[in-house]
Write a protein that binds this ligand. Structure first.
Ligand code: 5AD
Ligand code: SF4
Length: 438
């Protein structure tokens, strides 16, 4: 028997890239590749890149530079670049980095095995098209699952064109996967013991897929998924304010498998900045939305993304952002200092001074941390569900996620990985909760 070839994948960025990396690993599995965690022993190294953070292409080129000694020592090793930087840079990567053999954009992963064949023959391969077919239709079924939770990409791309964001350019227009494919994939996951599914999409609540009787929105998809036996928990991320439809909000109130945690980014609390960002809603719209969500599910924990230092942001605009946070009260938030992405409309504008933006970011993060702690402390004494994901460091201790997505350490639980148990929260540490099993 010949030794299987080894594939090393480094994944940058978001959960969708994690999902895509798994699917690429499976596609390469059909070509005789097994994955390895050790780059040195790989026959192929694949960098699955992310373009959302600052200087993404510079980072890619320096990471590729670091692979050079490896490639020199092992000239047969193939190097591939996937993900959003591959999409944005395309064949330019081959020109700048001749050690790269393959460049594949996020919509072309189903073509990866054929590309790998070409590369094995000594050719270079580039594919950054936005093909009409669903790449997932052409990828093999999912096997390599780890643990009781899984991601399921239901939608990709974005038509919103926020002024700061590269996603509409790198991931393309909104495309939703058909309902039957998703139900089948979810059933397959449940059959393999998955208890919790997180539905992924750059604009997941804009999901509109073809299903029985026509067009299905996300709420209808969630309700159909909830009928799958063994699947106990459903989450979805990331949502846009304008796509939070009534039936989806209602589902938060009456679909028990839909977990009480929702990421709905607002980015800024200032109306003029929201307008400049092309967010297409006001702060009052956002408050109204939050009130409706909380009316449906009073104990829901909310999270958001914030950008500080967007071009033109004044002290008053920033004060409005702080005020929005105070008014909403989040369970968790991600915050970023604005940085220009070439090709986006905001990149043309004068940025806020770096020191000012740094100061605002610090102030914002301090408030976010206080709110996160407060949300955790408010859980103490409550009974919640925990899905056990791994063993803890202490004897008998198990670690999992609560309904509200808190990391929970359960002492002497007598539970196994994959068990969904009821616990009482007994304490709050900086980034996790302690609990005892009920
Ligand atoms: N600068 C800073 N943050 C950004 N994000 C997206 N683009 C930029 C940018 N140019 C943030 C947004 C988004 C999150 C995934 O990344 O807050 O919601
Ligand atoms: Fe980017 Fe999200 Fe805006 Fe789409 S909705 S452009 S993904 S920030």
């Amino acid at each position: 028997m010949t030794e299987p070839k080894k594939l090393f994948i480094k994944t940058y960025g978001c959960q969708m890239n994690v999902y895509d990396s798994e699917r690429m690993a499976e596609a390469m599995g059909t070509q005789g590749y097994v994955t390895t965690d050790v780059a040195e022993e790989a026959d192929m190294v694949l960098l699955n890149t992310c373009h959302i953070r600052e200087k993404a292409s510079e980072k890619l080129y320096s990471d590729l530079g670091r692979l050079r000694p490896l490639k020199n020592a092992k000239p047969d090793m193939k190097i591939g670049v996937a993900g959003c930087v591959a999409q944005a840079e395309g064949a330019e990567i081959l020109r700048r980095m001749p050690l790269v053999d393959l460049v594949v954009g996020p919509q072309s992963y189903h073509r990866l095995p054929a590309m790998a064949d070409a590369v094995a023959r000594g050719e270079k391969a580039v594919d950054t098209d936005f093909p009409a077919e669903d790449k997932f239709d052409h990828l093999p079924e999912r096997k390599a699952l780890r643990g009781p939770t899984a991601f399921l990409t239901v939608q990709e791309g974005c038509d919103k064109f926020c002024a700061f964001c590269v996603v509409p350019y790198t991931r393309g227009a909104e495309v939703s996967r058909p309902v039957d494919r998703l139900l089948r994939e979810a059933q397959g996951l449940a059959d393999r013991g998955v208890k919790e599914i997180t539905l992924l999409g750059q604009n997941v609540n804009a999901y509109h897929g073809q299903g029985a009787g026509g067009d299905w929105g996300l709420a209808r998809l969630v309700r159909a998924l909830a009928r799958i036996d063994g699947l106990e928990r459903i989450r979805y991320t990331t949502s846009h304010h304008n796509d939070m439809e009534d039936d989806l909000i209602a589902a938060h109130g009456d679909e028990p498998k839909l977990m009480p945690y929702l990421h709905v980014p607002v980015q800024s609390g200032s109306d003029s900045i929201l307008k400049a960002m092309n967010r297409k809603h006001t702060r009052d719209d956002y408050f109204r939305l939050i009130n409706r969500i909380r009316a449906a599910r009073p104990d829901i924990l909310l999270s958001s993304d914030f950008i500080v230092g967007f071009p033109g942001e004044t002290d008053q605009d920033f004060a409005d952002t702080m005020d929005l946070l105070q008014t909403v009260g989040y369970g968790a938030c991600f915050s970023f200092k604005y940085s220009a992405r070439p090709g986006t409309p905001a990149a043309e504008k004068q940025a806020v001074e770096a020191e000012v933006a740094d100061r605002r970011l610090q102030e914002l993060q301090a408030l976010i941390t206080r709110q996160q702690r407060a949300a955790q402390e408010a859980m103490v004494g409550r009974e919640v569900g925990v899905l056990i994901e791994k063993t803890g460091r202490m004897p008998g201790q198990m670690v999992g996620k609560s309904d509200h997505l808190h990391a929970v350490h359960v002492s002497d639980s007598n539970a196994a990985i994959g068990d969904l148990i009821r616990v009482r929260i007994t304490g709050s540490a900086s980034n996790s909760l302690a609990a005892i099993r009920l």
